[in-house]
Design a protein around this ligand. Structure first.
Ligand SMILES: *[C@@H]1O[C@H](CO)[C@@H](O)[C@H](O)[C@H]1NC(C)=O
Length: 205
């Protein structure tokens, strides 16, 4: 089962390379103070006003991930415990505040923006204490990152990020549940190492 999941994740990882976003977004108008306010407050509307000004399209980070998952968390808000709710507000705000750095620009490379956004995603999860709320809210998280999303093209990225983040929680905590996920991550690392070993062997010849 684990091998099976790893294979799926790796496949989606590879397929994403074919959908690499080379687009450059050009500002469609002035930066709006209202959008700034939404970004500073961590509101989901920020993603659509960002996308309206600097459109990277439906496969861009803002539409496909940022706005989409922000709305999912808002929809599922009541299924989280109080700590989880506080975490949703803190992490949403952390992400939109940092994305504001790009909002002012006149042009944006969509790929760079996505790269920055994923780093922000991962950094904000850690800084706002995702590891402290994850286990108690695991069912709610699972509902947000619905299983069917696993079969949407490009969603492998979310799963790889989640695996990495939960594995870091494992390193912090070492609980049995997290060790399970650490094992999963370890296996993916092994698969990567096999690639390196092959390359080393080939380059020695
Ligand atoms: C916290 O997040 C929820 C869901 O997005 C939102 O409805 C609520 O207004 C937020 N609360 C604060 C204080 O920002």
């Amino acid at each position: 089962m684990k091998l099976c999941l790893a294979a799926i994740v790796l496949c989606f990882g590879l397929s994403e390379a074919f959908f690499f976003n080379r687009r450059t977004a050009t500002a469609t108008g002035e930066a709006s103070p209202q959008c700034f306010a939404q970004g500073s407050a961590g509101r989901c509307e920020f993603y659509s006003c960002f996308e309206n000004r600097l459109p990277c399209g439906s496969r861009g980070y803002m539409s496909k991930y940022g706005g989409y998952y922000c709305a999912r968390f808002a929809e599922m808000y009541d299924t989280f415990d109080q700590q989880g709710k506080d975490w949703i507000n803190a992490s949403s705000r952390c992400m939109t505040e940092r994305l504001l750095a790009y909002y002012n620009q006149d042009t944006v490379q969509c790929h760079d923006l996505a790269h920055f956004a994923w780093n922000t995603w991962s950094a904000c999860y850690q800084e706002t204490g995702f590891c402290n709320v994850f286990w108690a809210n695991r069912q709610a998280f699972w509902n947000v990152y619905q299983f069917r999303d696993l079969f949407n093209l490009g969603s492998g990225k979310i799963w790889r990020e989640m695996i990495q983040i939960t594995s870091r929680c494992a390193a912090l905590r070492g609980s049995a549940e997290f060790t399970e996920r650490g094992g999963f991550q370890g296996m993916i690392e092994n698969i990567r190492n096999i690639g390196d070993r092959i390359r080393n062997t080939v380059s020695k010849k």
